[in-house]
Design a protein around this ligand. Structure first.
Ligand code: NAD
Length: 251
């Protein structure tokens, strides 16, 4: 039997990249999947391709998350897997961090994640799995990522406390920390193509396995953490990074 047969899974930011691949994998494993995103056209195109439910909800708006939860509840009832994946990457050097940029990035990557969990909690089944998409950046001093890294470090911290507090309901909460993964997130930064290519090459050279991750690599881990195979795993963090985190100095 498929590992997620009979389960309902919500993937925020499921119309692109890691979220898209994870929605595909969760569905392959038998789950009924709902993807969300900000852009109605992109969400409905992705939902049609994946043959899943697509709902529009900007996670930086608490009232939009409230509305999302209502819609999911009325159509699907309770939820078993909550993949808190929606996020943005806005690089900026220390000294050039604007208030607007900080609020925007923290508002999606941290506040958005927290309120996604807060608002879905009432409709999570006992034994549900929450998976928070963080980043190895939470532990690095990579230039230009101070605010992004802090948003992910905050999420990892929240994950640990939530795991303890939700354990009485047998709800497991874990974080996944990818290294560089080939998704559209980098092109959305507005960096010129030449700079992006240089960044990608330098990054790849530092990964011991000498490649970027593929969204499907992350999806496999997400599907494992979502399943009952991971029933004794909570409060954990999983680096999935081709080894970059253990080899910061030598390429
Ligand atoms: P992506 O740009 O392909 O996907 C991001 C998704 O989040 C999109 O579906 C987008 O619509 C959604 N999103 C963004 N802001 C939103 C908002 N306000 N409300 C609702 N949805 C919103 O990028 P990705 O690389 O697949 O990113 C997914 C997650 O992975 C992010 O949290 C990112 O920080 C994290 N991550 C990515 C990498 C990488 O190298 N690609 C590495 C580590 C962590």
């Amino acid at each position: 039997m498929s590992k997620l047969e009979g389960k309902v899974a919500v993937v925020t930011g499921g119309n692109s990249g890691i979220g898209y691949a994870s929605a595909q994998k969760l569905k392959q494993e038998g789950a009924r999947v709902i993807i969300t995103g900000r852009n109605a056209e992109k969400v409905s195109a992705a939902a049609a391709e994946l043959d899943v439910k697509g709902l529009v909800a900007d996670v930086s708006s608490v009232s939009a998350i409230d509305e999302l939860v209502k819609q999911v509840q009325s159509e699907f009832g309770k939820v078993d897997v909550l993949f808190v994946n929606a996020g943005i990457f806005q690089p900026a050097p220390v000294g050039q961090v604007s208030e607007e940029m900080l609020d925007h990035q923290m508002g999606i990557n941290f506040k958005g994640a927290v309120f996604t969990i807060e608002k879905f909690l009432p409709i999570l089944n006992e034994g549900a799995s929450i998976i928070n998409l963080s980043s190895v950046n939470a532990y690095t001093g990579m230039p230009n990522t101070a605010v992004y890294a802090a948003s992910k470090a905050a999420l990892n911290s929240y994950t640990r406390t939530a795991a303890t507090e939700l354990a009485p309901r047998k709800i497991r909460v874990n974080a996944v920390n990818p290294g560089p993964v080939a998704t559209p997130i980098f092109s959305k930064t507005g960096m010129p193509e030449e700079q992006l290519n240089g960044f990608a090459e330098a990054m790849q050279n530092r990964v011991p396995l000498k490649r970027f991750g593929e969204p499907a690599d992350i999806a496999n881990l997400v599907a494992f953490l979502a399943s009952d195979d991971a029933s004794f795993i909570t409060g954990g963090e999983y680096n999935i990074d081709g080894g970059i985190n253990v080899n910061p100095l030598l390429s």
